[in-house]
Design a protein around this ligand. Structure first.
Ligand code: PLP
Length: 439
C-alpha cells in the first residue's frame, strides 16, 4: 500500500522511472511524450547530462549553506547571469525554491518597499481574473482562478481582480486588437480610481497567461499602456513569468516581446528545468536601494533561499539555453507547432481558438464555434483529454478555466525546446486522437 498523498486520491498515477529527451517512461516501460514539460518545467528535456553533471559537481563541493550566514558561488553566478540578460533596471535577484515562493516574496517586497518609502497606506494589489500566481495564500489571493480559490475564501487576502486581456472572448467585433489592448489596459486605471490609487501598491499579471486559460498572449500595446498607468499612479508592476519566462515564448523573458520591463519579475519552472526546484524574484535597483538604505533587512525568507545546488542547476540551465542557441529554436519549432495545430484543428468544429507564443501554445475548446459557447462542465472535456492523451502515451496540460462564471476547456502545450519535427507531428496526432475520444 502506498503512503504517498497523491494529487488525485481516487486514481493513483503510474510510477515514473526515467526520462530521456522529450520522453518519460514508467515502471512498465511505457513511453510518454512530454508535450507540456510537466507544467512548463522541462524546457531542456529529460536526462540532460550537462545539467546533471553540474548538479553533481556542486553537491561534491557544497550542497547547502544557510543564507542567514553565507552567500555561495553558484547563487552569485546565477544572479549575475540573470541580471546580465534581464530587461529594464532589474538589478537584484532573490533566489527561492519555486514560483509560489517567488510571488509571495514579490508581494511582501512591494509592501515593504512602500512602508520604508513612507507610503504605508499602499497595501492593495490589483491582479486579473483568469490568472494563476501560485497556491500559497498570498499568491492564491493574487490569482483570479475561481476554481482554485473556491473553498479557501476565508483564508484569502482582499485584492482587486480586473478582466484579463483576452481577445478571443472579450474583444468586440468592431475593435482592432490595438484598440482592445488599450481598453483592456485602461481597466487598471478604472480600478485604481475606484479603490484610490494612494491605497494600491502594485499590479500583477502574467505576460502570457498559462495555467488557467492556456497560453493567452496580450493584445498589442496592452502592457505598454499598463506600464504607463503604473508609472502615472506610482504603483509597481509585478510580472509573473513563472510559466512563460525562461525562453518559453521565444525570448529569455516574455515581457521583452511586449517592450516593457517590470519593477519586480518572478521566474521559476524553466529556470531549473526540473533538475532542481528553484525560482527567483528579480527587483529594480530603486526597490533594493530603498530597503538597503532603510531598514537594511527584507522581512521575509525561507530555509532554502539561495540553495547552492539548485542555483548550480540554474546556472547550467541558463548557460545551456544560451550556448546551444535554444531560444531561437523555440521560435522556429514554435512556428512549426502552431502551423501543425492550425492544419489539424483550424476547421475543427469544437476548436474555438489556437494561440500562444514560441513553444507555449494553447487551444480553447468550445461546444459551438459561432457562439463560442463552452461545453457544459458536466462533460469534463479537459480531464477526459488529459486521460485519453495519457493512455495514448502523451502528457499535455488540459485545464478548465473559468469564463464569466462558466467553465471552459483548454489544452496547454509546452514541450521541451529540443522537440524535433517528427515529435511535433506525434504530438499533434496524439492530441487529435485524445480530443476525438474526449468529445
Ligand atoms: N505563477 C505562475 C504563472 C504559474 O503558472 C505557477 C505554477 O503553475 C506559479 C506561479 C506557482 O509556481 P509553483 O507551482 O512553482 O509554486
Amino acid at each position: 500500500m502506498s503512503h504517498i498523498f497523491p494529487r488525485h486520491t481516487k486514481q493513483l498515477p503510474p510510477v515514473a522511472v526515467r526520462g530521456e529527451g522529450c520522453y518519460l517512461y514508467d515502471d512498465h516501460d511505457k513511453q510518454y511524450l512530454d508535450a507540456s514539460g510537466g507544467a512548463a518545467v522541462s524546457c531542456l528535456g529529460h536526462g540532460d547530462q550537462t545539467i546533471i553533471n553540474a548538479v553533481k559537481a556542486q553537491l561534491d563541493k557544497l550542497a547547502y549553506a544557510h543564507t542567514g550566514f553565507f552567500t555561495s558561488e553558484p547563487a552569485e553566478t546565477l544572479a549575475d547571469l540573470l541580471i546580465e540578460h534581464a530587461p529594464g533596471n532589474l538589478d537584484r535577484v532573490y533566489l527561492v525554491s519555486g514560483g509560489s515562493e517567488a510571488m509571495e516574496a514579490a508581494l511582501k517586497l512591494a509592501r515593504q518597499y512602500f512602508v520604508e518609502k513612507g507610503e504605508p497606506k499602499r497595501g492593495r494589489l490589483i491582479a486579473r481574473k483568469q490568472s494563476y500566481h501560485g497556491n500559497t495564500m498570498g499568491a492564491l489571493s493574487a490569482g483570479g482562478n475561481a476554481w482554485r480559490r473556491a473553498q479557501f475564501g476565508p483564508l484569502l487576502i482582499d485584492m482587486s481582480h480586473i478582466d484579463p486581456c483576452y481577445e478571443y472572448r472579450l474583444k468586440r467585433e468592431d475593435e482592432t486588437p490595438e484598440a482592445y489592448g488599450l481598453r483592456a489596459a485602461n481597466l487598471l486605471e478604472e480600478e485604481l480610481l475606484r479603490v484610490g490609487p494612494e491605497n494600491v501598491m502594485a499590479f500583477a499579471a502574467e505576460p502570457v497567461v498559462g495555467a488557467t486559460v492556456g497560453a493567452l498572449a496580450p493584445a498589442p500595446g496592452y502592457f505598454k499602456r499598463i506600464r504607463e498607468i503604473c508609472d502615472q499612479y506610482g504603483i509597481l508592476l509585478i510580472l509573473d513569468e513563472v510559466m512563460c519566462g525562461m525562453g518559453r515564448t521565444g525570448s529569455l523573458f516574455a515581457c521583452e516581446q511586449d517592450g516593457v520591463a517590470p519593477d519586480i519579475l518572478c521566474i521559476a519552472k524553466g529556470l531549473g528545468a526540473g533538475y532542481q526546484p528553484i525560482g527567483a524574484m528579480l527587483c529594480s535597483r530603486e526597490i533594493y536601494e530603498t530597503i538597503e538604505k532603510g531598514s537594511g533587512f527584507f522581512q521575509h525568507g525561507h530555509t532554502y533561499l539561495g540553495h547552492p545546488t539548485a542555483a548550480a542547476a540554474g546556472v547550467a540551465v541558463v548557460n545551456a539555453m544560451l550556448d546551444r542557441k535554444l531560444i531561437p529554436r523555440v521560435k522556429t519549432q514554435g512556428d512549426k507547432l502552431m502551423a501543425a495545430l492550425h492544419a489539424q484543428f483550424g476547421q475543427h468544429s469544437n476548436v474555438g481558438d489556437i494561440r500562444g507564443r514560441g513553444l507555449f501554445q494553447g487551444i480553447e475548446l468550445v461546444a459551438d464555434r459561432d457562439t463560442k459557447a463552452p461545453f457544459d462542465p458536466s462533460r469534463k472535456i479537459a480531464p477526459k483529454i488529459k486521460q485519453a492523451a495519457f493512455d495514448a502515451g502523451m502528457i499535455c496540460y488540459p485545464m478548465s478555466g473559468t469564463i464569466d462564471g462558466q467553465t471552459g476547456d483548454h489544452v496547454l502545450l509546452a514541450p521541451p525546446f529540443i522537440i524535433s519535427d517528427a515529435q511535433i507531428d506525434e504530438l499533434v496526432q496524439k492530441l487529435a486522437g485524445a480530443i476525438d475520444k474526449a468529445l
